[in-house]
Design a protein around this ligand. Structure first.
Ligand code: SF4
Length: 202
């Protein structure tokens, strides 16, 4: 039997109860495996190809988006203010505003984004293509971080800026990535381009 997998995008890693219930029901019916991804999404493994469209529709009918090429990546977030005493902001809100800014836009694949509510960076923001870290005085922005075979930390390109300035800069670097990426690539390949909008570490 041919199988595939289906990834349900969970904004800020929050799993609505009705989605959890539907995943449980479908997994029991079709003998699926539920996997929680590094990017805080819900992935169903071992989905029979013949049932995949029907299962996708089940989640779409709950208002959920599914992972697909060209979709703006949901930021991975830490638990943040209200749930962690060190949190200086609510990363769910920052991530939500970032995603809203790119609503309806086609984005070239491979970008990973992290938002952390303090300098401990539990979401891994400093090793993401785009990383946001809240500090005492505002937001720091990191770009070009990555894991994998050749891991590297991101370059801090903005320090202690306002949320609006932060979101504007995120848009600039995503636009640059979009303009310079024929198919897909990590931001790390672009940050030393002479035209990259934030060439200096701060
Ligand atoms: S990054 Fe800071 S605020 Fe967020 S969970 Fe970690 S320690 Fe708490």
């Amino acid at each position: 039997m041919n199988t595939t997998n289906i990834t349900v995008l969970l904004p800020a890693g929050r799993l609505p109860l009705e989605v959890m219930a539907r995943a449980l029901k479908l997994s029991r019916e079709h003998d699926l495996t539920v996997y929680l991804t590094n990017e805080q999404n819900l992935r169903l493994l071992d989905v029979p190809e013949a049932k995949a469209e029907e299962i996708r529709q089940e989640f779409s009918s709950l208002g959920m988006q599914l992972k697909a090429p060209g979709r703006f990546p949901l930021p991975r977030v830490c638990i943040g203010q209200g749930n962690c005493k060190l949190g200086r902001t609510d990363p769910q809100e920052i991530a939500g505003r970032m995603v809203a800014r790119f609503a309806g836009r086609e984005i070239r694949p491979k970008l990973k984004i992290g938002v952390s509510a303090c300098i401990f960076s539990c979401s891994g923001a400093t090793v993401k293509d785009i990383g946001v870290v809240a500090t005492k005085k505002g937001f720091d922005l990191y770009v070009g971080g990555k894991g994998g075979v050749h891991p590297r930390p991101g370059r801090r390109v903005l320090k202690e800026v306002s949320e609006e300035r932060l979101l504007q800069a995120v848009q600039e670097v995503v636009d640059f990535h979009q303009a310079r990426t024929p198919k897909k690539q990590r931001m790390a390949r672009l940050i030393d381009d002479p035209d990259f909008p934030y060439p200096e570490a701060v």
